[in-house]
Design a protein around this ligand. Structure first.
Ligand SMILES: Cc1cc2nc3c(=O)[nH]c(=O)nc-3n(C[C@H](O)[C@H](O)[C@H](O)COP(=O)(O)O)c2cc1C
Length: 370
């Protein structure tokens, strides 16, 4: 099987990539004081030097205080924080790579006490209706002034991203965090225009975030939007049950300025709807005409939720099915998570046929920065 299609360059607006390999955003929480650490910059540079075309950073909090619920996740705001991110992008460029920060607000995701003990956020949790998941209420619903403040905070972070020299940015709209909490009918109980029974109502917050982000960056600057049907609080919940509903979800997001859809699945080979083998990235591209990124167990035998929560090990896996879909034009870019977390040289080894040197991913590998 030839991987040459993955070695083709990709260009969208000002973003020029030497190949189709993307490092998926992966939280490492190794940045004390919420300041991106030098070790993280070196970790990204190692991937850039190993021919990874496009690196998406671990999720990084916007300026709004409640956007982060951990003390060692980096924030994309403040003088010291931005200076540290400047170092990161300079390192990645020196290594020959391209990079986007993934802008994040955790929403009503409580502090993970098992990891961070008695540390506190210092502000109430932000959420559409106060729910962490259905029937679990942890906060008050956001007021209009706070919603406006959060949207402004995304715009500010976007402006910094371009000013610091990043090649693009990604908005984290997936996995049950703030933006996805607005999409999620079961926990967005608002009836005031920020929620409602129609998917368009629940998409409005993300639309306003995108518009504000676009107002703060140049037209040529690429904005990727990461979405998932699943939520970490509820793996089987879906935002769109049919292709028609998916179109009503994605179209306004494309119109508001999402240049790329980064479609998070746990297993890329799973069809999104009955009657077609297209995956989420395939449908996103077909419905919007925008480029898409696929992700989920590429090159690995089991999915990341199972590995991370049950401690299983994921063994290397063939890319045949991935290439069949890629060559059919289903998606434009391929994101790799755990395989690149455990081994900066994963792509070089795959590219050069050194498959016997590939490593398995284990939960233990998460604890070290290789
Ligand atoms: C340790 C770890 C941290 C993650 N952190 C993030 C994150 O910060 N933002 C995000 O959108 N996804 C995050 N994810 C999901 C990954 O980006 C990716 O979608 C997932 O690992 C599936 O890809 P894989 O099967 O190649 O690992 C994380 C995954 C792992 C394993």
């Amino acid at each position: 099987m030839s991987l040459s299609a993955l070695r083709q360059p990709f260009q969208l607006k000002s973003l020029k990539l030497k190949n189709r390999i993307v490092m998926a955003p992966m939280e490492r929480a190794m940045s004390p004081g919420q300041i991106q650490s030098r070790e993280m910059s070196a970790y990204y540079r190692r991937r850039a030097e190993a021919d990874v075309g496009f690196i998406i950073s671990e999720a990084t909090g916007i300026g709004r205080l409640a956007s982060l619920n951990e003390p060692a996740c980096p924030r994309f705001a403040g003088e010291a924080g931005l200076k540290a991110w400047k170092h990161t992008i300079d390192e990645v460029h020196a290594g020959g790579g391209r990079m986007a920060p993934q802008l994040w607000h955790v929403g009503a995701m409580p502090v993970p006490v098992h990891r961070v003990g008695s540390w506190e956020i210092g502000a109430p949790l932000d959420s559409p209706s106060g729910y962490h998941k259905e029937e679990v209420r942890v906060a008050e619903p956001l007021g209009d002034a706070d919603i406006a403040d959060i949207i402004a905070s995304y715009g500010e972070a976007a402006r910094y991203a371009e000013a610091l020299g990043f090649d693009a940015l990604e908005i984290h709209g997936a996995h049950g965090y703030l933006i996805d909490q607005f999409f999620w009918q079961g926990i967005n109980r608002r009836t005031d225009g920020w929620g409602g029974p129609a998917i368009e109502d629940r998409t409005r917050f993300a639309v306003e975030v995108l518009k504000e982000v676009r107002r703060n960056v140049s037209e040529a600057f690429v904005v990727s939007l990461r979405l998932s049907q699943w939520k970490q609080q509820s793996l089987l919940t879906r935002v769109a049950a049919t292709p028609g509903e998916m179109e009503r979800w994605l179209r306004p997001l494309a119109d508001a300025g999402a240049d790329i859809f980064h479609c998070s699945q746990r297993r890329f080979w799973e069809p999104e709807f009955e009657g077609s083998d297209l995956n989420f990235a395939g449908w996103a591209k077909k419905l919007t005409g925008r480029p898409s990124i696929t992700v989920g167990s590429v090159g690995l035998s089991s999915d990341f939720i199972t590995d991370v929560f049950q401690g299983t090990a994921s063994a290397p896996q063939s890319l045949d099915d991935l290439m069949r879909r890629f060559e059919r034009g289903d998606f434009d870019l391929v994101a790799i998570g755990r395989a690149l977390l455990v081994d900066p040289h994963w792509w070089l080894k795959v590219r050069d046929g050194r498959t016997s040197e590939l490593q398995s991913y284990t939960r233990e590998s998460h604890a070290v920065l290789t």
